[in-house]
Design a protein around this ligand. Structure first.
Ligand SMILES: [Fe+2]
Length: 126
């Protein structure tokens, strides 16, 4: 099916479940986006309320899918532990988590801060 970008026969059953979960989260987020736009422009208060309710249920669905990904793909867990439920500058959290060494996704030429924000020790508290 067109949900695959590589020959499906080369994907393990686990990989296929990853595809299902990732597609499901993608679809939920698309639905949130569509519902939200309809909520904003709808003129009838009842349909506005119904679509707001539906949008919020899609958020629940998306988060349930993210939780499955967290439990089954370790890098999701690592990143959620770094970025979720934090406050302040989100972009500073990578330096804090890596001690300023950046990560695989760190922009080229990004200077190491050495965790100068003083929150680098948070990683050890998990
Ligand atoms: Fe949904």
């Amino acid at each position: 099916m067109d949900q695959y970008h590589e020959p499906v026969a080369e994907l393990s059953p686990q990989d296929r479940d990853f595809v299902r979960a990732l597609n499901s989260v993608k679809e939920e987020i698309e639905a949130i986006n569509w519902y939200h736009q309809r909520v904003v422009v709808a003129t009838d208060p009842q349909i506005k309320a119904i679509m707001a309710h539906n949008r919020d249920e899609e958020i629940e669905h998306a988060v349930m899918g993210l939780e499955w990904l967290r439990r089954n793909m370790p890098v999701w867990d690592e990143n959620m532990r770094t970025y979720f439920f934090t406050t302040g500058d989100v972009t500073a959290l990578e330096d804090a988590a890596t001690g300023g060494e950046g990560g695989e996704g760190a922009p080229a030429g990004k200077p190491a801060s050495g965790g100068s924000l003083g929150i680098g020790s948070l990683k050890g508290n998990r």
